[in-house]
Design a protein around this ligand. Structure first.
Ligand code: NAP
Ligand code: G4F
Length: 346
């Protein structure tokens, strides 16, 4: 019998990589998508087949803010594994929509866990929660499973709730429920307003057209960036363990946002020159101003330094990343240039 997986957040970056990974492993994959005014399935269009034909991939309308849809989908699909990747996942935006972020990201997790319990699926259905290094927030790096949580945004706080409710349902109702505490991971599928994708998109445009300017916020914040393709493997491995547990997933290498800009420029063979300091720091390419700092991109409260210690996952899950930051940047650049060229020929 094929295993059945249900992915909340199938239309997002990680959802698309995980769906492809599980289909290769011969799973039947079901995903939950939200209704939107324009079609939001571009990341999974390449694996979507006409549901009237034989397929291992199904999409259902649902929303984490709607308990009825969550309960009904789980009741219908009766999955062996549920991956909760759905969230209002943008840290900066969570300051603008804090209540909504809590509803989706925190209470949405409770809705799934309680549906598993209510439907009496504890013995059948395993649960994965997409936790984040944002929960560590202001705690000193390096951060691991023993580090205290000190979130610095409504998003981070909502994820701390999701983490502990997952632990509680595991202990109270014996559900196989685990938390992956994943550090930043990126890819060509990354949302356009996260900093790595924003940088790659802007610099590739400047490189190909000679036009445009990139505005950034805090270029000295430090992140531990991995590739989403590597990180979905860790999610699956957590779900194959004998006992449910919580794991930090990271590369163990830290770079500033400015370092990332420099790596992308180097890959593109663009020689840039940085001048000035603070809000007046700027970068020039062929004597033209291409990067400026804009106060509006600074966070209300910032997480300055994230660096993961993933020794537990490396030992128990035998997981390690294949990509480094350079190969990640290269992958993002190649796909971006391809997209620019395809648009030109349309
Ligand atoms: P993403 O690209 O923003 O995807 C989020 C997904 O959640 C999308 O499919 C989105 O649907 C869906 N969603 C949002 N609100 C929903 C709602 N009310 N009901 C149902 N679905 C909803 O995020 P990602 O980068 O793939 O990350 C996946 C998960 O890992 C998220 O929970 C994120 O918080 C967490 N995480 C990410 C990172 C990272 O660096 N990427 C690190 C640690 C943890 P639409 O496509 O319709 O918007
Ligand atoms: O790319 P970011 O928006 O990612 P952030 O805030 O670290 O959150 C991401 O990773 C978390 C894991 O730690 C996930 F849980 C979360 O869902 C999301 O995927 O910003 C990275 C850094 C920040 O310090 C930000 O202040 O880049 C800095 N930054 C500088 N200029 C900018 C910009 N961030 C954005 N988005 N846009 C800028 O122009």
């Amino acid at each position: 019998m094929k295993k059945i997986a249900l992915i909340f957040g199938i239309t997002g970056q990680d959802g698309s990589y995980l769906a492809k990974y599980l289909l290769k492993k011969n799973y039947v994959v079901h995903g939950v998508k939200r209704r939107s005014s324009s079609i939001n399935t571009s990341r999974v269009d390449d694996i979507y087949l006409d549901p009237h034909k034989k397929t291992n991939f199904y999409l259902h309308y649902g929303d984490l803010t709607d308990s009825l849809s969550v309960l009904n989908i789980i009741k219908k699909v009766k999955p062996n594994e549920i991956y909760n990747l759905a969230a209002q996942s943008h840290v900066s935006v969570s300051f603008n929509v804090p209540e909504y972020t809590a509803n989706v990201t925190a209470i949405g997790t409770l809705r799934i866990l309680d549906a598993i319990f209510t439907l009496n699926l504890q013995k059948k259905t395993k649960f994965y929660q997409a936790g984040t290094s944002e929960m560590f927030g202001a705690s000193k790096p390096p951060q691991n499973e023993k580090t205290n949580f000190y979130p610095r945004s409504p998003y981070g706080v909502a994820k701390v709730y999701a983490h502990w409710i997952t632990v509680n349902y595991r202990e109270a109702y014996n559900i196989f429920a685990c938390n992956g505490i994943l550090f930043n991971h990126e890819s060509p599928m990354r949302g356009e307003t996260f900093v790595t994708r924003k940088i790659v998109m802007a610099l590739c445009r400047i490189y190909t057209s000679g036009k445009g300017r990139l505005y950034l916020g805090n270029i000295y914040s430090k992140r531990d960036w991995g590739h989403a393709e590597d990180y979905v493997v860790a999610m699956w491995k957590m779900m194959q363990q004998k006992k449910p547990n919580d794991y930090v997933i990271s590369t163990g290498k830290q770079y500033t946002v400015k370092n990332f800009v420099n790596i992308v420029c180097k890959e593109l063979k663009m020689k840039i020159v940085w001048k000035g300091r603070g809000l007046n720091e700027k970068a020039y390419y062929k004597n033209k101003l291409i990067i400026s700092i804009d106060k509006k991109y600074f966070r209300t409260t910032e997480v300055n330094s994230l660096l993961g210690d993933s020794r537990k996952a490396r030992k128990e899950l035998k997981w390690r990343p294949k990509h480094n930051l350079r190969s990640l940047a290269k992958d993002m650049i190649i796909k971006e240039i391809k997209a620019i060229n395809e648009n030109k020929t349309r």
